[in-house]
Design a protein around this ligand. Structure first.
Ligand code: 4NP
Length: 158
């Protein structure tokens, strides 16, 4: 059968692009690969403090616990052009969503929503910022983003 759907491109956005959104990117890449879903994937931050840096060591360790190496990821700041490049943009929390709405160009076509809206029963929830927490905060972030990644792949693969 001919695939008439436009290409999928998914962007995950948090504050620093060194903790939550790289984990979301990693979890989603893994789930998409498992499902054979052809999709462009990236992550970005609303802030610019960590641009060019690899993910936080604690995020790297959490991803590694799940068999994924994210050490080569490099943080970048979200730009207005992302609203044309991506079909779906997911904010990790409500502040990230407000910040994205504030820079969204009028008439953009990207679907912009909270990541946890993908998970039944978790609609409206944010993924807590683990930056000032311990390893258990990163574990909680992974649990959230991997649940969302599974739900998202299921939706997009339909
Ligand atoms: P992220 O976590 O938004 O999940 O990447 C943070 C990283 C850095 C800072 C805050 C949150 N920071 O304040 O530098």
């Amino acid at each position: 059968m001919t695939d008439i759907r436009p290409p999928l491109a998914v962007l995950f956005v948090c504050l620093g692009n060194i903790c939550r959104s790289p984990l979301a990117e990693a979890a989603f890449r893994a789930e998409a690969a498992k499902a054979g879903l052809d999709v462009v994937v990236d992550s970005a931050g609303t802030g610019d403090w960590h641009v060019g840096k690899a993910p936080d060591k604690r995020a790297q360790a959490e991803a590694r616990r799940h068999g994924i190496d994210i050490s080569a990821y490099a943080a970048r700041q979200v730009t207005v052009r992302d609203f044309a490049r991506f079909t779906h943009i997911f904010a990790l929390d409500g502040d990230n969503l407000s910040d994205l709405r504030a820079i969204a160009p009028a008439g953009h076509k990207a679907r912009l929503s909270l990541l946890m809206d993908m998970v039944p029963g978790r609609e409206g929830a944010g993924v807590n910022d683990p930056y000032y927490g311990g390893p258990e905060a990163f574990e909680a972030s992974w649990a959230d983003v991997s649940a969302a990644a599974r739900a998202l792949v299921e939706r997009l693969a339909r």
